[in-house]
Each structure stands twice: as structure tokens, then as C-alpha cells.
Design a protein around this ligand. Sequence first.
Ligand code: HAM
Length: 424
Amino acid sequence: MSKLKGVRGAPDILPRESSRWQRVEDAARAVLRRYGYAEIRTPVFERTELFVRGIGEGTDIVEKEMYTFTDQGQESLTLRPEGTAPVVRAYLEHQMAAQTPLVKVFYLGPMFRRERPQSGRYRQFHQIGVEAIGSDQPSVDAEVIALLSALMVEEFRIPDVQLRLNSIGDAACRPQIRDRLLRYMRDRGAQLCPDCQRKLQRNPLRVFDCKQEGCQRLVAEAPKPLESLCQSCADHFAQVRGLLDLLKIVYTIDDRLVRGLDYYTRTAFEVVNPRLGAQNAVAGGGRYDGLIEVMGGPSTPGIGFAIGLERVLASIPAEAAGEGVREGVYIATVGQEAHRTGLLLLQELRHRGVRGLIDLEGRSLKGQMRQANKERVRYCLILGGDELTKRQATLRDMAKAEEQPVALDQVVARLLKLEQSGKS
Ligand code: HAM
């Protein structure tokens, strides 16, 4: 029979890679906690209508990228392509606003989009996202952007990342922004690519997003949202910028940045790693002050972002992700009696929280030492026949290649102490 393969664009994360993932996820969780975000876990599928309404009918995601299916109960369901719409649904469904006026949540998990797979672009990918719902204060925008910057710059230490910032107006000034753009495009629209020509009527801002050279040339001269903001949006943006300057967050204004989902209002931002090639957006986000109402709730402002984990991992130098870190102990034994003693020590060590390994396949001592090295343990405890009669073992520091004898009844205490000092 032929071998079955996984789905294109939905890669496996193998054991040799998963520790890098965990390190990034753990680091992110710690930072998110410091900024006051609590985790929310929503299902990986939702009613299709949630995404159609939330993300917008004219967007690429809704038009061509959703994994939608009808279940046995004739309900149309969709694997989540993003996390904001599900969080807003949960926020309303569970009346989270009643608990606190500003709800701050984060999520971490797989998202699904049927895009053309290429380097950095997958059909199943992972996001860490945050949403702060309930306030339109510029201080919330500044805190959310500061958090994103802390993750990218201080925690993940991605070299050369750029934070790009824009404001794209709200319900009050968006009609004016659209009209000015449409007027500009009236005589020039024919030069746009067919896709943009189609989008022009439904959501003209989308043309700023197009990568086609002809469209890029045209939008370079087009009136930008930033130039047509109403007074309150302009004031809001000035305050956000003022706070970011105060916090010394480095950013550039990108007046062509519009984002690919329909729910955005006012502040929009992206983090780009220019070293990544075509798919260089590592994170994106912005305000969505109209979304909660679109979802059937009361008028409520919100803001958030999502980070693409695959792209973060592709951006981090291996060293910074913690490769090569040694941990725990391998117990190498010679003979059955030593193996039995080893098993007891191992049980005790594991019970006390130490990572411990022992040979389960009958390897020679040489084979066990090779295995210990491969497993990247910090120590190897060698139990041989001779040593056992003296109630002793040999403790080898794998990195320093130094050995010393230890009394058997001191082994656990010694290893616990060494592990502790290694962590501090
Ligand atoms: P987004 O810009 O569509 O925004 O996605 C955020 C990030 O997810 C991107 O910058 C990218 O790193 C990653 N990403 C998106 N699609 C793929 C893919 N096919 N393969 C690999 N990585 C991908 C959102 O999803 C919004 N929900 C963000 C947000 C939260 N806005 C407000 N709150």
C-alpha cells in the first residue's frame, strides 16, 4: 500500500523542533502575564457566519481561504482563520464585560487558511494573539504596542525588526477617506490589476495592500487615510504616538499600511522582519472599534494583535532560542544490579523534579555515553560493578568533561543542588 502523507502547508512539528516552540511560548506567556493578560481558549472551529461577519465578505480570507464544511447536522462550520472574531464572540456570549470594564486576554494556538503554501506561509500556522476590549483610550493602544515590542525586541530579540504604524480612521471619517481615494482612482482605475478593480467598489482601501507593481505605483501618489482623518482620530493618533515616544518604542509611520481584515479602525500596525523575504510580516494588529457591534453587541472599542509563531521561529537565531542548553542527568549502568540501583535513583530524581534518563534498550556503556551526549544532559551518573560494591558512583559533568566520585547515598542531594545552582 502507498504511504500516506500529511496535507501540504500543514507541517508536523517534530520532537527535535518542539523544544524551540515551547521556549518561545513559555517566554511569551511570562511576558503576557506581566502585562496583565489572562489566557482564553476558544474552539478551533466556529459557525461560518462569525468569520464572514467579523472579517468581512470582501476580504481574501473570507473569499478564498476558509476551511468551511457542513457537518452532519447541516450546520456550516469553519476552522478558525484568526482569533479576534472568536474572542469577541466569547466576550459577548459570557458577558465578560460585567467582570471588568477592560478585558485583557491572550490566546495561543493553530489557525487555518487555505493559502498557497510557500516559505513562511502555511495552511495551518500558529498565532499568539492578544485582545484588549472595552476602552478606546490611547493608553491602551500604547500598552498593546509596547507589549508587542517587548516580545519582539526584548524577549525574542529578532534582529532588525521594524514596527510600522498607521491610522486608518473610524466610522466618522472613513467615508471621506474612501471618497477621496475613489475620486483619485476614477481616471486611473483602469491601470489597477483586475483583482483591485473588483475590490475598488467594495473596499477601496484594499488597493494599498496589493503587491502588484502597477498598483503599488498608483497608490504611491494616492490620497492616504492619514491625510483625511477627522479631528478626533487625528488627536487619538497623536496621543498614541506621544505615549510610544515617551516609552521610547521605536516605530515608523507607514501611511500605506491598511491590514487585510475589514474590522480595523484607527490605529493599525505591523511588525516586519525584512530578512524573511516575501512573507515578512511577523505580527499585525490594530483597533477594531466597530467589531463588537457587528457581532451583535453594544458599541464597544477593542484593540489587539497576533504574532505568527512560524515566522518568529524563522527569525530567531538558533542560539537565542536556547539550542544547546543541557539539562538533567543520564544514569549509565554496567550489569543488572547497577541497573536496578539506577532505576531507584532515577525514580527518586524524577520525583524530585529532575529530568532523568536511563538506557532501556540494553546498550553497552559506550553506547549509553553516546546516548547521554545526544540527549544533551548536564550530568551522567555512571554506576559500575566495582563502584557499587564501594557504594559509590561517578558523576560526569558533560560540558566540562570532568568526573568525580560521589557516595551513592549522596547522589540525589548532590544532583538536586547542582541542578538548582545551574538554574540560578
Ligand atoms: P493577520 O495579519 O491576518 O492578523 O495575522 C497575524 C500574523 O499571523 C501575520 O503577521 C503572520 O505572522 C501570521 N500569519 C498569517 N497568515 C499566515 C500563514 N498563512 N502562514 C503563516 N503565518 C501566518 C490577524 O490574524 C488578526 N486577528 C490580528 C489581530 C488581533 N488584530 C487585532 N487583534
